[in-house]
Design a protein around this ligand. Structure first.
Ligand code: ZN
Length: 103
């Protein structure tokens, strides 16, 4: 065996591994598979529990995006890609300015 290391963690495979084994454990095989298909999964995130509607734990605003269904209305985009509730432009600018003022 030339590359007898786990493709997930890089540690040597156990002596009992199959000849063509690529991972040291089923958990690392699954983790490697999850990371390999991560780009095909939807990026939608649902905020649940403590984070939901709690500004202190939500990602900061980074941009103003126009609401396509309602011309003249806007939403604020967060660093995690989620969007705020719909607001008018002055309120969106205020919120973004406030978000940038905070450390
Ligand atoms: Zn491993």
């Amino acid at each position: 065996m030339s590359d007898a290391i786990c493709h997930q963690c890089g540690k040597p495979l156990p002596a009992t591994a199959r000849r063509h084994a690529r991972f040291c454990s089923p958990a690392h095989r699954a983790a490697h598979h999850r990371s390999s298909i991560a780009h095909t999964l939807p990026r939608v995130q649902f905020l649940t529990g403590a984070g939901r509607d709690n500004p202190a734990t939500m990602a900061p605003y980074v941009a103003i995006v126009p609401e396509t269904a309602f011309p003249g209305m806007y939403r604020l985009k967060r660093t995690d890609g989620s969007l705020s509730d719909m607001v008018n432009l002055p309120r969106a600018r205020d919120a973004l300015t406030e978000a940038r003022r905070r450390p």
